[in-house]
Ligand binder design. Structure first.
Ligand code: GDP
Length: 463
């Protein structure tokens, strides 16, 4: 079983052969193990190695040199994990890397579990939960906007925003507690009216942060999408145009049939998780109604948040088009009608599309640049907020963050409603405390001790 503070080691670079492999070791024994294996070149001893400086030397075990390496010591707390950490860059062959790692393990380190270095960084207060999540998405990033959203400045902005909200809630809380606990003393910053306007201001901050989720999610988690339409309208051409050469990622979509695959592809800021089913893309021998009626396709379509429905500009609107519109009209997804083949003479009557589509695009997949730019513009309008300066503003991007923020906001709304009705600070304090608790869940902090400390530091009530 994993102990919290034993010493862990792992290869941090990807498996396989490479020029250099980095092995990371963290924990109380890191320096002892480093000292027993690393022999610096020159007259230095291990203990003379300066922190955060790279040294050339040898990994020596039982008198034999295993590899010549570069080693850096990061004494606690100035390391990624907050513990004593040693990083060794050795030659990147599979066997040599494993041999160096095994030497560390033999000297007393334990093989790290997935994510364990980052977990320690969180436990040791080096990272908040939101930062941990952002680092996770940085590692999984599919597109440049996702990288921007997970980058260090963005992570910092989000931390700053959450801290600013927390500070105001803590101050409101401690004011309320001071009034409740010491009613006869003139303590606490806020009278009832002031408290209400302060909490309403914090509510607005929470709401505007919560509203960034729509954009953060479209960029980071992505929008599940499918392409439907009768045979020969250009579904495959549209799919191939979006996917291009880049979309190498093919994963099973959890919870759906094994035949449903998805490809992640960034279209402008929006990441599309394009579902591809046998029924939708390859069932050309079926008529459109049968095709739509197929169970797998229907299930998949119901799960998708976005449906591209393709029509052919060079053919008149017909019963099959009508049947497809009927089939999708009750679905909750966002719907984009794509009238394809606009390079040909248009005989398609747009009016027949009705009012069920969120956007109608007229394009030709033969004119790829223009078509992609029309799709990009529509997607960004539908799924992102153009006013958010990405990389410069705090943005939340995971369902967990959104859920914690929503809870925090709900409790705060309840507190504000109660105060408006004239209910006492005493009675609403538990809602404010819960709001603070939910905010603490957002970045993984404990709140109660903070409140206690804040009361004593601000109001000197211990006199
Ligand atoms: P699907 O059956 O709906 O998947 O349609 P395909 O993508 O296989 O396209 C059917 C035919 O239409 C193919 O011959 C394509 O080359 C052609 N096609 C697709 N898009 C366009 C377009 O924008 N303009 C023209 N002129 N032909 C297109």
């Amino acid at each position: 079983m994993a102990l919290l503070f034993d010493t862990i080691a792992a290869v941090s670079t990807p498996p396989g052969k490479g020029g250099v492999a980095v092995i990371r070791m963290s924990g109380e024994q890191a320096d002892r193990i480093g000292e027993s294996l690393f022999s610096p070149k020159g007259n230095l001893t291990y203990r003379e190695l300066k922190p955060r400086v790279q040294y050339y030397g040898y990994i020596v075990r039982c008198g034999e040199v295993i590899d010549d390496v570069l080693l850096v010591r990061y004494p606690a707390p100035k390391s990624y994990t907050g513990e004593d950490t040693v990083e060794i860059s050795c030659h990147g062959g599979t066997l040599i890397t494993r041999t160096v790692l095994e030497a560390l393990l033999t000297e007393g380190a334990r093989a790290a579990e997935p994510g364990e270095f980052t977990r320690r960084a969180f436990i040791n207060g080096k990272l908040t939960l939101t930062e941990t999540e952002a680092i996770g998405s940085l590692l999984d990033a599919h597109g440049s906007w996702q990288i921007k959203l997970s980058s260090e400045p963005s992570r910092r902005r989000l931390n700053e925003r959450i801290s600013a909200i927390r500070e105001r809630l803590v101050r409101a809380m401690s004011s309320m507690y001071a009034r409740i606990d010491y009613p006869d003393e003139d303590l606490g910053d806020y009278g009832d009216g002031e408290l209400l306007s302060e909490l309403a201001a914090v509510k607005d901050m929470l709401l505007s942060l919560k509203n960034t989720y729509r954009t953060g999610r479209a960029i980071s988690e992505g929008i599940t999408a499918a392409i439907v339409g009768k045979p020969n309208v250009g579904k495959s051409s549209f799919y191939n145009m979006l996917v291009g050469e880049d979309a190498a990622i093919v994963t099973s979509l959890a919870g759906t049939t094994r035949d449903v695959l998805e490809k992640s592809v960034s279209v402008g800021k929006v990441m599309l998780r394009l579902c591809d089913t046998a029924g939708i893309r390859h069932g050309e021998n079926l008529d459109a109604v049968e095709q739509i009626g197929m169970n797998k396709s229907r299930k998949m379509m119901e799960k998708c948040e976005l449906l591209f429905t393709i029509f052919d500009a060079s053919r008149p609107f017909d019963d099959e088009d009508e049947a497809i519109i009927d089939s999708i009209c009750k679905l909750n997804s966002t719907k984009i009608a794509v009238i394809n083949k606009c390079d040909r003479e248009c005989v398609f009557d747009k009016e027949r599309l009705g009012s069920g589509f969120d956007r109608v695009l007229t394009l030709s997949t033969l004119n790829e640049a223009e078509a992609i730019s029309a799709v990009t513009e529509a997607l960004e309008e539908l799924f992102t907020d153009g006013k958010i300066a990405l990389g410069k503003e705090a943005v939340i991007s995971s369902a967990r963050q959104h859920a914690a923020l929503s809870r925090s906001l709900d409790f705060l709304c309840a507190a504000c409603d109660a105060l408006e009705l004239g209910i006492s600070q005493d009675a609403v304090s538990s809602d404010v405390e819960r709001s603070l608790g939910a905010l603490g869940e957002l970045d993984g902090r404990a709140v109660s001790e903070e409140i206690v400390q804040d009361i004593f530091s601000r109001f000197c009530v211990g006199k």
